[in-house]
Design a protein around this ligand. Sequence first.
Ligand SMILES: Nc1nc2c(c(=O)[nH]1)N[C@H]1C(S)=C(S)[C@@H](COP(=O)(O)O)O[C@H]1N2
Ligand SMILES: [Mo]
Length: 260
Amino acid sequence: MLARPQRKAPLRADADLIVREAVSRIEQPARRAFLGRSLTLGGLGLLTGCSLDDDAGVETALRRISRFNDEVQARLFDGRRLAPTYPDSMITRPFPFNAYYGEDEVRVVDGDSFRLEVSGLVADRRRWTLAELRAMPQADQVTRHICVEGWSAIGKWGGVPLASFLRRVGADTGAKYVGFKCADDYHTSIDMATALHPQTLLALTYDGQVLPPKYGFPMKLRMPTKLGYKNPKHIQALYVTNTFPGGYWEDQGYNWFGGS
Ligand SMILES: Nc1nc2c(c(=O)[nH]1)N[C@H]1C(S)=C(S)[C@@H](COP(=O)(O)O)O[C@H]1N2
Ligand SMILES: [Mo]
């Protein structure tokens, strides 16, 4: 009988799958095309400094590739370049609902007792009522929302530009991340450059009406520069931090930067 090898080498089929998954996580087309032709399992190990002998090693390697993508996307992001906007006549009706649960389980938040929590690297940590947020200068946009599940739709959102809100609370805009906690179990976080982008809105309205529960009452973050899962609904708390916060889908392997 042949002695079993000491270190378990992944099966050939596994190796191909792992390499293909790694390549698919490279979001820069030129780099992806290059690696798609040349990357081997050994190469992936060298590239990420991970041992790929077990699932944990493979997961770490894939996560490192994903974080590398975040850096590339962050470097390519132009904080002044605007996403396309559309005429009202192009709004998708009805606008689709999506969440990690069905529409019958939409969270209902009480607007009167609602207070937005603000924490982390900000000078003024007081809580905000909806009335106070509505009293700030508002902006609106008709933009396209793109979900990784394979649909996109044009909608109209209005609210407070996040940049003005962050400046108003004396946020450290030199910090790396802004994180969001929601009334459901959702959470996500974004890079500061996107937080300060002129089209990033703390949205309080949808199509000129108070944001309906299904679209995230009392407020959602609306960013036409990022994919749907980066746009948290039912926001209850936001915080500024230099510690990588991850997110609900991001922690399960979706790319963190999530540019669209
Ligand atoms: N709180 C919360 N925010 C969320 C989600 C969620 O499940 N919970 N799903 C995200 C995803 S994947 C998408 S596509 C959009 C859907 O927003 P919509 O219902 O307004 O279309 O919300 C995002 N924000
Ligand atoms: Mo999504």
